[in-house]
Design a binder for this molecule. Structure first.
Ligand code: FMN
Ligand code: SF4
Length: 399
């Protein structure tokens, strides 16, 4: 079943396995696509991945991530480079979807060169500089930025756009009562919290013929945050606005080990790649890492390391009519088959397993392997703070 042809929003996939959006850290200086990135996606496509979702691409300058070399699609000058990417992937009969994002509070004003923006001024644990609360005309501007980015994506030949409305980024912050404390027409009730996403979907539908997918954190583990019940209602509202597919994830960057789970915090990687630890002078760095390793076993990690969003995806699937994709700790071929057979989702998607093995789908299909080799250590989730994404397990060079 997992290797049978499927269709999502009119797009044919050669199987039911999708590369979930993964920041690759390989954009050019102008935010367009580098030859290295084209090569990376061509390898995934040649090895029979059913569909590729790009890493998150910023729709505006104030929505850019602090991670280096993020994709950006807020200027027409980059369209040509994105076209080269879609042409290369389409040569393998593989669809490619661009993920559109605005980082909201999950960036730093220093990184974007102006004060960051958010629905509400809620302090972020990792990016403590305060965000400016968006006013009505700025919200309209953000809606226009998403629609303009989708128009560019259509010109560049993408098969669909995926709105990044999970993991604590701007659209998630609007949807979640944790990030959205507004009392005006863009906050308060669930309908009001959904409004920005509804307007973006309607705008994209009006100005392009692209299908619109969304990635949601079905639960965000924040006090008074998004619940599964909210998510079901949100998808129902969004499908009325024209949504074509939903990918179910969880968590926010503030609890990043929830979104991409691991049994232990990768402390050596934290101290090597995350500021301010990475810049500590050697004696302080050694002492800090030593202390962190001592306390590490006592830091509670989210449980269920595998298939951790499939319950939520199954509940959402039962209640909505758009196709459902599920991501998160999916590693084993048997599990993939069961997810599809038991109608917990229509397709599965993976991120870390493809960082480790871009040829994973071919290996699973040919019977060479029955599960991914990725051990979910999360080193790759930290290297992106300084360098292009790579599987670093066992390879970290310490100071
Ligand atoms: C290095 C790295 C980069 C990521 N970049 C993105 C991204 O650009 N957009 C997104 O929605 N999720 C991103 N994620 C989250 C993954 O898409 C996925 O939701 C999460 O890793 C759980 O799936 P997995 O267990 O298959 O890795 C990233 C994860 C990692 C490890
Ligand atoms: S560093 Fe490699 S093994 Fe570790 S989670 Fe990332 S891809 Fe998997």
């Amino acid at each position: 079943m997992i290797f049978e042809k499927s269709e999502i929003s009119g797009i044919t996939l050669k199987n039911r396995i999708i590369r979930s959006a993964t920041h690759d850290g390989l954009a050019n200086a102008d935010g367009g696509v580098s030859d290295e990135l084209i090569k990376k996606y061509r390898i995934l496509a040649e090895n029979e991945v059913g569909c590729i979702i790009t890493g998150y691409a910023a729709v505006s300058k104030n929505g850019v991530s602090p991670y280096p070399r993020m994709l950006r699609i807020y200027d027409d000058s980059v369209i040509e480079s994105y076209k080269k990417l879609t042409d290369a992937v389409h040569k393998c009969d593989t669809p490619v979807v661009i993920q559109l994002a605005h980082c909201g509070r999950q960036t730093s004003s220093k990184a974007i060169g102006c004060q960051k923006v958010a629905p509400s001024n809620v302090l972020h644990a990792f990016y403590p500089d305060r965000a400016k609360e968006l006013n009505y005309s700025e919200i309209k501007g953000i809606i226009d930025d998403f629609v303009s980015a989708a128009k560019r994506a259509e010109k560049a030949g993408f098969d669909a756009v995926q709105l990044h409305a999970g993991h604590g980024y701007l659209l998630h912050d609007f949807l979640s009562p944790y990030g959205n404390r507004r009392k005006d027409a863009w906050g308060g009730t669930l309908e009001n919290r959904c409004k920005i996403v509804v307007k973006i979907i309607e705008g994209i539908k009006e100005h392009t013929s692209l299908p619109v997918w969304i990635k949601l954190s079905a639960e965000d583990n924040r006090r008074h945050g998004m619940t599964l019940d909210d998510s079901v209602k949100i998808v129902k509202i969004l499908e009325k606005a024209g949504l074509d597919a939903v990918e179910v994830s969880c968590g926010t960057v503030e609890d990043g080990m929830n979104t991409m789970r691991s049994d232990v915090m990768p402390m050596t990687a934290v101290f090597t790649y995350r500021e301010p630890c990475a810049s500590f002078p050697k004696p302080l760095w050694d002492a800090g890492l030593f202390a962190a390793k001592l306390v590490n076993p006592y830091i509670k990690q989210p449980t269920e390391l595998e298939n951790f969003n499939t319950y939520n995806s199954s509940v959402i699937k039962k209640n909505v009519s758009v196709p459902v994709i599920v991501v998160g700790g999916i590693h084993k071929l048997d599990d993939m088959e069961l997810i599809i057979q038991n109608k917990k989702a229509d397709c599965i998607s993976m991120c870390r397993p493809f960082i480790c093995e871009p040829d994973l789908v071919k290996k699973l299909k040919n019977g060479k392997q029955t599960e991914a080799k990725c051990i979910m250590c999360n080193y790759c989730g930290l290297v992106i703070e300084k360098e292009p994404t790579k599987c670093l397990y066992g390879q970290i060079k310490t100071k």
